[in-house]
Each structure stands twice: as C-alpha cells, then as structure tokens.
Design a protein around this ligand. Structure first.
Ligand code: NAD
Ligand code: UDP
Length: 311
C-alpha cells in the first residue's frame, strides 16, 4: 500500500515508518520539522519506496494514498504551549485538511488522539465512554480541546461523508528518539540523571501516569488501522500506573543513585492521575502491552546515553 504518515519525522511517527517500511509498503512522510527531525528517518532516505515532504498540514495538499496515519501535532506541553494558537490550527485545520484528503482519495484515516481528551479525569481508570474533564480555557486546552475537535471532525467525516476512519487515544508513551529537550517527564529525568543534575519533580510527585513503550504503542496503532470491524475510539497505553516520584526514583536507581531529586512547582491543570482501561484494545484488537517499565527505560536510557556521548 501507499501510506501517508503525517508527523512522520517525530518520535512516534518515525517508529511507525520503520515498521511500515519493514513490511514493504511505500511511505510518504509529511512533516514541517517543528518537533521532528530528519535524523529520525535518515535510514530510509535512499529508499525508492520512501519520500519525505516538508509541508505544514494547516495548508491543504494533494497526494494519492491508501492509508493516512495522522500524527502531526506537537505532543509535549512545552512544545504545544510554545505557540498555542498554532497548536489549535494544527489540530483543527490540519485534521480538516487530512480528512478532506482521505475523502477525496478514499483513503482510510487514523487519528492519533490522546488521553488528554479525558483532562483531569474524575473516573479512574479511564474507559473510552468517559467524556472527560477538560478546562476549556486553561493552558493545556489548545492541545486537549484541539484533539477533542479533531475527534469530532473525524467522526463527522465518517457519518457525513462515509470516510473510513479509526481513532486511538494514546496514553503517555516513551522510548528511543524522544528529543533531548522534549520537556516530557521520561526524557527530562533521563537526561538529567545522565548529566548528573537533579531530577525535577513537579509538585510533590504524587500525581500518576501510566507509561507505554513505543513499540507496544505502534503495534496497537497498526492493529486498529487494519481492523475491519471497529473504528474506535480505543485507548492504547500501558495500565501499569506509577507516581511521578516513583518514576524519578526508578530512573535514579537505573542511571545514577547519587543524583538528587528536587521539587519544583506543579504546572497549572496538571492531571492528578491517569491510567488507561484497555479492555477494548484487548477484546477488539487482541492487544496488550509487552514491555515492562524497567525494560523500556533501560533501552531508552541507552539511546540517550549514545546520543549525548556523540555530542
Ligand atoms: P512529536 O512532537 O515527536 O511528533 C510530532 C510531529 O509532528 C513532529 O515531527 C512535528 O514536526 C510534526 N508537526 C507538528 N506540527 C505540524 C504541522 N503543523 N505540520 C506538519 N507537521 C507537524 O510527538 P509524538 O510523541 O511523536 O506524538 C505523535 C502524535 O501522537 C501526536 O499527534 C500526539 O498528539 C500523539 N500522542 C502522543 C503521545 C505520547 O506520549 N508520545 C501521547 C498522546 C498522544
Ligand atoms: N513532570 C515532572 N518533571 C518534569 C516533567 C514533567 O515532574 O521534568 C511531571 C508533569 O508535571 C506531569 C507528569 O510529569 O505530572 C507527566 O508530564 P509530561 O509532560 O511527560 O506529560 P503529560 O502531563 O502531558 O501527561
């Protein structure tokens, strides 16, 4: 198949491209390189089955494809809050453009949505029918509400225009190729520990997250894309839940037991707890995550160690 991956030069997009290329598909990577980088897709640059197009998805584009994996959107709070109006445009206009393309060329379309559609959840763990608790005027809203309207658009194109759609809700995912200055918690702690500077725990560290390793996530995403019976939304994440302090202590133990843990103010609207209910992913897709946190962290630490040493 000919497959379009928007945001393909980013962290998850590039892992997805690796899998699609290994399966023998033709892949077009569309990216404006805001948070993505060419080094993530470098190994495919010489392949005749791979193309990269520098393009901002807030502008329309015409391409002939069979599948669209729509991932383009900054995912780290630091990056999506850098230019929040642009984040809204990317989610709203960008998703509209990609759905328009899917409609025109009759491609199957998958939206990479997020657990952030649940906001600061009052239901725990979160099931897909929970409608969420998002502050519509807070500093995370550009991303959370952007993804909520992206989901709305996706389901409306399905109902109104018969576009063949899929929606996954991704919970915190980590792994090799996260950016060094990404700002997300796993990359921050690993980089800090490797540099021997204090790990910055925001708040008292009692807030929780559930961390999924990238390869598990990509496996779930591809299973939903090729599933003929279900369109979603489906939660994809690892249900093992940790406090942020526990995560800091685990990384401290794995990298450098002498490094300090420092506490810093909790950002506004930071969700207190988050854990996916993955019953649907298990029943519909036969999917469960395979990589335990310590194993995934060890692989991620090794990747950062090599990159920092190369610098
Ligand atoms: P990332 O920031 O590494 O990748 C996003 C990619 O999109 C980058 O390559 C960036 O340059 C590109 N991009 C951003 N705006 C664009 C625009 N206007 N036009 C073209 N390209 C643009 O983030 P990621 O972690 O790989 O996330 C990928 C997708 O998965 C995002 O849609 C994100 O919302 C979703 N997601 C990720 C996580 C996670 O934990 N990693 C969790 C929930 C949802
Ligand atoms: N966090 C932290 N220290 C950091 C970066 C993040 O304690 O250096 C916290 C953050 O406040 C949040 C959690 O870790 O409670 C996850 O943050 P991240 O930005 O990775 O993802 P999200 O909040 O979007 O789930």
């Amino acid at each position: 198949m000919r497959i379009l991956v928007t945001g393909g030069a980013g962290f998850l997009g590039s892992h997805l491209i690796d899998r699609l290329m290994e399966q023998g598909h033709e892949v077009i990577c569309l990216d404006n390189f805001f948070t993505g980088h060419k080094r993530n897709i470098l190994k495919w640059m010489d392949s005749p089955y791979f193309e990269v197009v520098r393009h901002d998805i807030t502008e329309p584009i015409r391409l002939e494809v069979d599948r669209i994996y729509h991932l383009a959107c900054p995912a780290s709070p630091v990056h999506y809050q850098y230019n929040p109006v642009k984040t809204v445009k990317t989610s709203v206009l960008g998703t509209l453009n990609m759905l328009g393309l899917a409609k025109r060329v009759k491609a199957r379309f998958l939206l990479a949505s997020t657990s952030e559609v649940y906001g600061d959840p009052t239901v725990h763990p979160q099931t897909e029918d929970y409608r969420g608790n998002v502050n519509p005027i807070g500093i995370r809203a550009c991303y959370d509400e952007g993804k909520r309207i992206a989901e709305t658009l996706t389901f409306d194109y399905h109902r109104q225009n018969n576009v063949d759609v899929r929606v996954i809700r991704i919970f915190n995912t980590y792994g090799p190729r996260m950016q060094e200055h990404d700002g997300r918690v796993v990359s921050n702690f690993i980089v800090q520990a490797l540099r021997g500077i204090p790990l910055t725990v925001y708040g008292d560290g009692s807030q929780t997250r559930s961390f999924c390793y990238a390869s598990d996530l990509i496996d779930g995403m591809m299973r939903l894309m090729e599933n003929e019976e279900h369109i979603g939304p489906v939660n994809i994440g690892n249900p093992d839940e940790y406090t942020i302090l526990e995560l800091a202590q685990t990384i401290q133990k794995l990298v450098n037991p002498d490094v300090e843990i420092q506490f810093a103010p909790l950002p506004q609207d930071d969700p207190k707890q988050r854990q996916p209910d993955i019953t649907r992913a298990k029943e519909w897709l036969g999917w469960t995550p395979k990589v335990a946190l310590e194993d995934g962290l060890k692989r991620t630490i090794e990747d950062f160690r090599q990159r920092l040493a190369a610098k």
